[in-house]
Design a protein around this ligand. Structure first.
Ligand code: GLN
Length: 447
């Protein structure tokens, strides 16, 4: 597959021809189910779009039954920015319902396969975007990351996935899951493409009050020769599989060869991250999903009166995982438990942020796993708790609002990709991309 950088040099005719071929290739692989639709708008470089990002006049359903029939009335800011830069939305990609999940098994449209082995999940929630890029069925894609949903599927599908600093990319037109954690980001074949796409979609937006007014760009200043200080977390990785530990060791060696300094650091027990995240995310999700009542958006199941219509619509429209989180979110926000759960989670969130700030006094980047192992097989998570616990390496980054990037390092014995993430200080995307580029060069990952 040509890279984004190469595709940006093609003329209109070449792009149209490329799109025809791409469409045929996608239609040849229906079993992958990376795309739920192959819509195309505009004549720019085609970029696959996760089904929770609004493209004017396209259906947008966040992988849910409740939003069937809903057509986006306007473009998300990222789509406007892409279009202005010569890119065009091409195809909607599959995802966990309302971005809640780590496997893409909870989509209304059925599961997406991992392009490396059809018995394995592609990761989630941006599993369709990751599978599309990993299978050579997209030049690049947009995903969203609330607690790892760009980086973790990137790792499982052997591609690059980047979550920007909170506020760098406008959330206007993104279907909200947990508003204080959500960020849209690039999913690409390599680091340089990720930097190019990040530059295109980032920047201030007056339509998003949490958007920063900092408009720094990174791609024309990429520098893989900077010597950086990188924190490694020997204790933190003890919970990872042997495959991941091996990849971690190789990445440290590669960083050393590239002349970076390695410094040992520690993070607090990830069980606090998981509790703080699942309380915060479900509390915000409960509030955000209250708007889907059958009156204003998508599907309606008409009941005997208004209340009955709400109940029937929501009972039939939402899947089990979404319902579970709505219940949990309402519980942690209820008057009797608000202090004990929600407020405590916010305090924990501050402690998590403080520990990162302390580490970043001494280093430029942190090297961390993104998931405890390779992609699980379909149905491997026997209960929701197993799935939540598998988020231990990804979610603290969102709680602290930091930028992070996952890149492929090697493969397990059975050929499944393993990625690792680099984490940087808030707003220091330049260092994140510079360090990642140097690691990518040294590792020389073979697809
Ligand atoms: N797996 C996490 C969750 O289910 C993260 C999902 C995401 O980043 N959207 O909440």
């Amino acid at each position: 597959m040509i890279t984004l950088k190469q595709a940006l040099k093609l003329n209109k005719d070449e792009l149209n021809k490329f799109k025809e071929e791409l469409k045929a290739k996608i239609e040849d692989r229906p079993e992958l189910n990376a795309y739920i639709d192959v819509n195309s708008t505009g004549d720019g470089v085609p970029i696959a779009i996760k089904d929770n990002i609004q493209v004017k006049d396209w259906a947008v359903t966040s992988g849910s039954n409740i939003l069937q029939g809903y057509i986006a009335p306007y473009n998300a800011t990222v789509i406007e920015k892409m279009t202005n830069a010569g890119l065009s939305p091409f195809g909607r990609t599959n995802m966990d319902e309302f971005a809640m999940g780590s496997t893409t098994e909870s989509s209304f449209y059925g599961k997406t396969q991992n392009p490396h082995n059809s018995e394995y999940v592609p990761g989630g929630s941006s599993g369709g975007s990751a599978a599309a890029v990993g299978a050579g069925l997209a030049i690049a894609a947009l995903g969203s990351d609330t607690g790892g949903s760009i980086r973790q599927p990137a790792s499982f599908c052997g591609i690059v996935g980047m979550k920007p600093t909170y506020g760098r990319v406008s959330r206007y037109g993104l279907g909200a899951y947990a508003s204080s954690l959500d960020q849209i980001g690039p999913m690409t074949q390599n680091i340089e493409d990720a930097a190019i796409l990040y530059d295109i979609i980032s920047g201030h937006d007056e339509k998003d009050s949490t958007s920063t007014d900092n408009n720094d760009k990174v791609s024309d200043k990429l520098n893989a020769t900077r010597k950086l200080k990188v924190a490694v977390l020997s204790k933190h990785i003890l919970d990872a599989s042997d495959d991941v530990k091996k990849a971690y060791k190789e990445a440290i060696e590669a960083l050393e060869i590239q002349g970076h300094g390695i410094i040992e650091k520690e993070l607090m027990d990830a069980k606090f991250d998981i509790s703080a995240y699942y309380i915060t995310a479900t509390a915000e999700a409960t509030t955000n999903l209250a708007r889907y009542d059958g009156i204003r958006y998508g599907n309606r199941v008409t009941g005997t009166n208004l209340q009955d219509t709400y109940i029937k619509t929501r009972s039939e429209g939402f899947g089990d995982e979404v319902k579970r989180r709505i219940l949990l979110g309402n519980f942690v926000l209820s008057s009797g438990y608000y202090e004990a759960y929600y407020v405590k989670a916010q305090k924990t969130r501050h402690i998590i942020k403080d520990q990162y700030n302390a580490i970043f006094k001494d280093v430029d980047l942190i090297l961390s796993p993104i998931a405890p192992g390779i992609a699980p097989k379909f149905g491997e998570f026997k209960n929701p708790m197993d799935m939540y616990l598998s988020d231990l390496y990804s979610i603290s980054v969102n709680l602290a609002g930091l930028p992070a990037l996952c890149l492929p390092i090697n493969k397990s014995k059975n050929g499944m990709p393993i990625g690792l993430q680099l984490i940087a200080k808030a707003y220091d995307e330049q260092t994140l991309f510079d360090g990642a580029l140097s690691l990518e060069k040294q590792i020389n990952y073979q697809k």
